[in-house]
Design a protein around this ligand. Sequence first.
Ligand SMILES: [Mn+2]
Length: 239
Amino acid sequence: MARRIFVGDVQGCRVELERLLEAVRFDPAADRLEPVGDLVNRGPDSAGTLRLARSLDAGGVLGNHDVHLLRVSRGRRTLRSGDTFGDVLDAPDRDDLLRWLADRPFFRDLGGDVWLVHAGLDPRWERPADVLADCDPFAPCEAGEFAIRVRYCTAEGERPKHDDPPPGAPFAPWFEHWRGRRVPTIVFGHWALRGLVHEPGLRGLDTGCVWGGRLTAWIAEEDRLVHVPAERAYAAFGD
Ligand SMILES: [Mn+2]
């Protein structure tokens, strides 16, 4: 049976992604790989990660680090300390890799029973697919920024100035506002500090591989989580 295999924030950890694909016995002919975004940055092999995902015809969505890379590639943002995606910018196949990455959307509805977004959804959005459909990764887009960055928000979708230390009421983790709604299971990443979220209707898969944690997959058809440990910590903890 064809499986949808979601994988948390890879952030250039190509070796761990390869090990995770082995651990789930990934079958390229049948299975579909759906990364939660942030394929690149902070880790050791952003270019190799993009090549691997592209070679598998992965789906996936954009994360904040992916969008940062795309904007840097066009000179719309500058490199920041800690950025490690210079290997992509200097790669002989740079244009192919960047074009493939830029083709990722901010949101995917995967068969009606599973939604995929990098960080989270504004509780006011009834139809996230419509709200996010026209967002361009190269241009500022308010809804897109929310989808790739939110951790805490209010019921009205207002974000705090800082996520750390955690803001008090009326701010809450974005998904607290979704509880009780009849919506598909939402798969997301972006919140390594919180770690695995495994609750009815929620699968948060950022388990901090690049910080020395582990890389996590969720196989939708089997409702099964699979983890592989990071070889080492590739960066000091941050965002
Ligand atoms: Mn992120």
